[in-house]
Design a binder for this molecule. Sequence first.
Ligand code: FMN
Length: 191
Amino acid sequence: MSLPRLAVVVGSTRPGRAALPLAEWIAQIARDHGGFEVELVDLADVDLPLFNEPRHPILKQYEYDYTKRWSAIVDAADAFVMVSPEYNHGITAVLKNAIDYLHSEWAYKAVGILSYGGVAAGTRSAAMLKQVLAPLKMVPTVASVSLPFFQQFIVDGVVKPNTEMTTAANAMLDELAHWTKALKTLRAADA
Ligand SMILES: Cc1cc2nc3c(=O)[nH]c(=O)nc-3n(C[C@H](O)[C@H](O)[C@H](O)COP(=O)(O)O)c2cc1C
């Protein structure tokens, strides 16, 4: 039986972003975890303009090829890890924009959140992300990875985790795998 597909979404497009090494790190943990087929989805490559589809995404009648390509990527995924920096106590505009572009593609899929920042570890962005994902019928895992003063864990562009980070990442992936199994059955029943 094929493994569920996990998309690790890089939630910052800023040059020099921490999101990329953090996404590469969690993607490797997910590969080693063994429960998923893992793909890194970089919003810099997805390269969506600010939302400009004329119709509500609920209709899935997309005008533009970039939206159709983004729709196919999200449709193909069974689960997500969103790597979410905290900008002004919220999620990045680029992540919100990418989420808003689609609708049913997200539904009944589980999502783990890796947040990071200063003393608050990006937890306010994680809270906002949950609020945004709820109306799309996504299921955020309770287990999460929240990194305070994240710079200490990135050396020359590579993540050097401590034991707590690796333990938290695996706990999140275990819960994500659990939900993903159940939600796949639910989506199959709907189809
Ligand atoms: C516009 C902006 C707003 C920010 N706001 C916060 C914030 O509210 N809380 C926080 O912990 N860090 C904040 N930071 C610092 C970020 O945690 C830090 O720049 C981090 O590297 C952002 O992630 P990225 O490198 O993946 O883009 C902010 C950074 C920017 C550029």
